[in-house]
Design a protein around this ligand. Structure first.
Ligand SMILES: C[S@@+](CC[C@H](N)C(=O)[O-])C[C@H]1O[C@@H](n2cnc3c(N)ncnc32)[C@H](O)[C@@H]1O
Length: 279
């Protein structure tokens, strides 16, 4: 994709590139349910939990709307469930949260407050593709500092995405261009290498699993990804004129949508990594 200045790929403005309004909140919540269906769990079954122990503590980092913790509450009604995000705009009122769920402000890239060090039996992080800048190591060290137990990291894995189509003659130019464009500005190799990064930060990797989106869920995943990409175009691209990068990118999204209706699909996989703190 080239804009009016001849730039290819996505030149993103600085800062978090997605929205934080009601549409972004609805997208996150929908994506949560899609992931729940895809994975079949919120917490990987290999992670030992103590459902009736009020000293069992779970942290969700970059919690967004807090929906993952609200779902975990149903399985762990006695545990202390803490959500952290550097932006609190999508948090529900605390009066409407279960009493064992608390949502607070924290920038995980900054230092960790003393009182949180080594306090969590489980730390969960999900959908940080646009937060990590090529190298997850600094972030991972801060996540590990929170731990006394298990880290679960859930991510779309751009290294394994490909296009599929119901008929080999169907055009898939837009879908391929979309994938090439989103991969072109960042290095996402770290997702497939998460187990190596886990080992580097003192975690013993106990799970590294890939969950390809099955055909019956492809359209739903496509819609959610197009929504996220549209948000990104409005927040982080240049929308100053009809041929600026935001408008050009949104035309591409509509072309991907048209291709998907005729039977062309991106096939994404989710990667789940679970690691246990060694000491
Ligand atoms: C794509 S959303 C995912 C939200 C949630 N994890 C989920 O799966 O529904 C990424 C979240 O990370 C948060 N975030 C970005 N940078 C952060 C940072 N440095 N510290 C804490 N949270 C951050 C964003 O505000 C946003 O809520």
């Amino acid at each position: 994709m080239a804009d009016s200045n001849g730039n290819t790929g996505l030149m993103l403005k600085a800062g978090y590139p997605l929205g934080r309004g009601f549409d972004a909140a609805a997208r996150l919540n929908l994506q949560h349910y899609l992931f729940k269906d895809l994975l079949g769990y919120e917490l990987h079954p290999n992670i030992p939990v103590r459902s009736s122990d009020s000293n069992f503590r779970v942290a969700d980092i970059g919690t967004g709307t807090g929906i993952w913790l609200t779902a975990v509450h149903q399985k762990l009604p006695s545990a202390q469930l803490d959500g952290f995000d550097n932006c609190v705009d999508q948090y529900p009122p605390k009066e409407w949260l279960p009493s064992n769920v608390s949502l607070q402000a924290l920038d995980i890239c900054e230092g960790i407050p003393e009182e949180l060090l080594g306090k969590y039996d489980v730390v969960h992080v999900r959908h940080f593709l646009l937060v990590v800048n090529d190298d997850p190591l600094i972030l991972l060290k801060n996540l590990v500092a929170l731990l006394r137990g298990y880290l679960q990291w859930v991510e779309y894995d751009p290294s394994s995405v490909y296009t599929d189509r119901i008929d080999p003659d169907l055009p898939r130019t837009a879908t391929e261009e979309f994938l090439a464009t989103i991969k072109s500005r960042r290095n996402y190799d770290w997702v497939a290498k998460l187990p190596e990064y886990f080992e580097m930060t003192g975690l013993a990797t106990s799970v590294s699993a890939s969950y390809p989106v099955p055909p019956g869920m492809r359209m739903s995943f496509t819609y959610v990804q197009l929504l996220a990409a549209e948000e990104l175009s409005l927040v982080a691209l240049d929308n100053s004129g009809p041929e600026s990068s935001g408008n050009v990118f949104r035309r591409l999204l509509n072309a991907v949508f048209e291709e998907s209706k005729s039977g062309v699909s991106m096939v994404w996989s989710a990667r789940v990594c679970v690691g246990r703190r060694r000491s």
